[in-house]
Design a protein around this ligand. Sequence first.
Ligand SMILES: Cc1cc2nc3c(=O)[nH]c(=O)nc-3n(C[C@H](O)[C@H](O)[C@H](O)COP(=O)(O)OP(=O)(O)OC[C@H]3O[C@@H](n4cnc5c(N)ncnc54)[C@H](O)[C@@H]3O)c2cc1C
Length: 298
Amino acid sequence: MEIKAGIALADYTSWLIGGPADYFALPTNIEELKSCWKWGFERSLPVSFLGGGTNVLISDKGIRGLTICLRKFSKIEINCEKSNLKISCLSGTAKSELLKAFLKYKLQPALFLAGLPGDVGGGIVMNAGVAENFFPREFGEIIESFNVLSFDGKIFSIKKYQHHEISWSYRHSKGWEPGVIVEAFIKWPIEEDSSILDKVKQANIIRLRKQPLDMPSCGSVFINSAQHKSAQLIDSCGLKGFRIGDAQVSTKHANFIVNLKQATAQDTWSVILHVQKSVYEQTGVHLKTEVVRLGEWD
Ligand SMILES: Cc1cc2nc3c(=O)[nH]c(=O)nc-3n(C[C@H](O)[C@H](O)[C@H](O)COP(=O)(O)OP(=O)(O)OC[C@H]3O[C@@H](n4cnc5c(N)ncnc54)[C@H](O)[C@@H]3O)c2cc1C
């Protein structure tokens, strides 16, 4: 498979921000994934993984070594077994493919998946989900098990993790690292909800009304907690519209930072720090970032 040099990573993120990858690979299957990882190891290069790029802030200097992007590492198999829907998919499969499968069978998980961008692997890593109080509402509630590929420089090994072996918390999963998530397995009872399509349509209308989906972003930048909603805190501190360069706290949704056109990672990070500082000074709450920083930072 082809490994390219000097690829602009901005093109692989929803924020359209980020410098170059020294080397870049887009494997489509497990053999290609292993071969590019081995290629990086043989050259003593650090190896980083990127899913759909919808929750990362990549530095302007880019990522040293080899970046393996999984967005083409995609394949889905759907079967009905007895009264269950069983799905197995490679980790680079878009979440929207899961949404389609659940919609086809009119099942509840379609509701939280509606509008979640990125791929399945990124969804497991981030335990992606929604704030609304329904079930299921996050990845940890639909994943039965998943496989993680690791490499010690000589041998590749795949370990299967069952749902209960993982610690699932708000926008985070723990207990499977190190390695790369390669395959996910989902089992869900076939209990039809005939109104699910209407509910999904309604959820999409609400998202469209509340979120700046027409502008490049990474979704919510800061984590919500049981005590506070980050958007409300940021808004209450008068920070909507605050801007450095082309990075701006969205005027529509205060927990989104949008790229107006030419925002750099540094602009964006400076806005994040300013929001954290202002909110802390005015409310005493320290906002934690949900977005993951990748690459070389000062
Ligand atoms: C408009 C918009 C709306 C959003 N709304 C929501 C929302 O409602 N709820 C929500 O939870 N999130 C939301 N997000 C954030 C984001 O979509 C999720 O966190 C998503 O699950 C990230 O998946 P990804 O494939 O893009 O991961 P990436 O952003 O590519 O990666 C995230 C992290 O996971 C690591 N990673 C990715 N794939 C793998 C793998 N296979 N193995 C090991 N590590 C891996 C990366 O190295 C990185 O550290 C939104 C984003 C946008 C742009």
